[in-house]
Design a protein around this ligand. Structure first.
Ligand code: ZN
Length: 510
């Protein structure tokens, strides 16, 4: 016996984004699941008196985006504190910090000096000009580098790991890296109630970008508690897969968390660990020296330590998500990961892949938005030189080698369509994907990385009713304008969680 649908989305330019990307006009939803797709005529048979019929007015309907690498709490901080990602120069960044007055600390997030004319980190002197009374910290986009004012440097003089405090003629410049930056992140961490506010703000922001699921990387954070509280109360409206930092392994063991354990909304992914730093901070581990500085980068987690983490996580049946950016870090990670792939271990970022990918026995969890640094005059060119820039983020080679590819934003910015534009218009063939391939990496690819391909990432009967409706077809607009396509509507579990138009009247075209 067939039930009448709870809702029908009709008159759509629908794409399943399945293995063969089939098109359809309409999709019917019952109890949060897709029950039928097909022509308007075929699907309308499921219309009952109570069915909510949404006329998509010919717009493009796709599976909801799954962002395979997020830091939602950080997104929340950027939304509720100074968002320095918007600053086009240091003067503007400093103005944004001056305007920040939400607490004792002056906090800013997401600055990217590589896009500024002078290309240097914010300094102690500049931040002293923001305030000499309140502690001021501006975090760089990758969070591996921060800048602090004198109040912070004096207050934590004894506690900040010395190796991460940059000095000139013995005096701290205000530039703080790696362990010391992590220390400042912990010191400025929000409490549980505040974290819930941050996560809710980030969730709403994600919905506006068409994101219906995230793989969230968490460390010493109240975010997992906030997600579970929201899910319990039926308010999460986002599929969250959690990756806990390796320093939580004892707790994970004690609590008995296992990969894929959880519910429809919050599930355990596994364990996240670093190996190296980032190209932006000059700390990604390379096999040959940087182009603009001495050395080959640094281990954040050295190979011996990584081996111990891999062994422990494997014994606990936990999926690993290993941050590895430089070619040396990726080689060490591939060495360390067990060949058994049932857990689908993942390498996060994977910016400088080995030439030969035949031994790449892991999911490549990559960021198409990083390709903006691979363009002429971009960050990679400065740090790495032309040859390595050309060989960065080889997503097309990854697909050719049949390596599973998942896309995530790392929240730089959290915006799948921005990433899709970057990869579709990437400067070199090895870095370029078609629109369909790019969208798949952000849907079924990410679902696969999260062991969720049976319920997420594709539009087909039986799958969760998570989808987006776009203002224009990303296949039809000028590729350099894909990021400008609007997310008209986001649907999670059959419920509209974001809409650009007022849908208070049911059944109307938007
Ligand atoms: Zn990250």
């Amino acid at each position: 016996m067939t039930h009448a649908a709870d809702s029908i989305f009709e008159n759509a330019d629908g794409h399943t984004l399945g293995p063969t990307d089939e098109s359809f006009d309409a999709v019917a939803v019952y109890e949060g699941r897709i029950v039928r797709i097909g022509s308007d005529h075929e699907v309308r048979f499921l219309e009952g008196v109570e069915t909510d019929v949404i006329d998509c007015a010919g717009r493009t309907l796709l599976p909801g985006f799954i962002d395979a690498h997020t830091h939602m709490e950080v997104v929340g901080r950027r939304l509720l504190h100074a968002d320095l990602g918007a600053a086009t120069g240091r003067g503007e960044a400093l103005d944004l910090l001056r305007a920040e007055s939400s607490g004792e600390w002056v906090l800013g997030y997401g600055y990217d000096e590589s896009t500024w004319d002078d290309r240097w980190y914010l300094t102690r002197n500049e931040l002293d000009a923001v305030s000499t009374e309140r502690p001021v910290v501006a975090f760089r986009e990758d969070l591996h580098t921060a800048s602090a004012n004198s109040v912070v440097l004096d207050r934590y003089a004894d506690e900040l790991p010395e190796s991460g405090v940059e000095r000139k003629r013995g005096e701290p410049t205000g530039v703080i890296t790696d362990d010391a930056a992590e220390f400042l992140r912990a010191e400025t961490a929000p409490d549980r109630a505040e974290t819930k506010r941050l996560v809710e703000a980030a969730r709403d922001h994600a919905h506006e970008r068409g994101v219906t699921g995230v793989h969230d990387m968490v460390r010493r954070s109240h975010a997992p508690a906030a997600y579970r509280e929201l899910a319990r109360d039926g308010d999460l409206d986002l599929r969250v897969r959690l990756y806990y930092w390796a320093d939580h392994l004892d707790a994970i063991d004690e609590l008995g968390l296992v990969t894929n354990g959880g519910n429809e909304y919050v599930e355990v992914g596994g364990v996240k660990t670093f190996t190296d730093g980032s190209i932006g901070a000059g700390t990604a581990k390379l096999s040959t020296p940087y182009a603009d500085r001495d050395g080959t980068g640094e281990w954040v987690v050295p190979p011996e330590e990584l081996a111990g983490i891999v062994e422990r996580a494997t014994a606990l049946d936990l999926q690993l998500a290993v941050h590895a950016i430089g070619d040396e870090a990726i080689a060490e990670t591939l060495d360390a990961l067990p060949a058994d792939t049932a857990l689908r271990h993942r390498i996060e970022h994977a910016e400088l892949l080995p030439d030969d990918l035949s031994a790449f026995d892991a999911v490549a969890s990559m960021q198409p938005n990083f390709l903006r640094w691979a363009r002429e005059g971009g960050l990679y060119e400065t740090r790495l030189g032309d040859e390595r820039t050309a060989a960065s983020n080889r997503v097309s080679d990854v697909l050719d080698a049949a390596v599973p590819l998942a896309f995530g934003s790392d929240c730089m910015p959290l915006d799948p369509l921005y990433g899709v534009q970057q990869v579709v218009t990437a400067p070199r063939e090895s870095q370029q994907l078609s629109v369909t391939e790019a969208l798949r990496a952000y849907t079924s690819g990410a679902a696969y990385a999260g062991h969720d391909e049976d319920r997420l990432g594709m539009i087909a009967p039986g799958m969760c009713a998570d989808f987006v409706i776009l203002s224009e077809s990303p296949w039809e607009v000028d590729p350099s304008t894909i990021a400008g396509v609007e997310v008209e509507m986001t649907v999670v579990d059959g419920e509209v969680v974001h809409s650009r138009v007022d849908r208070s009247r049911s059944g109307v075209a938007f």
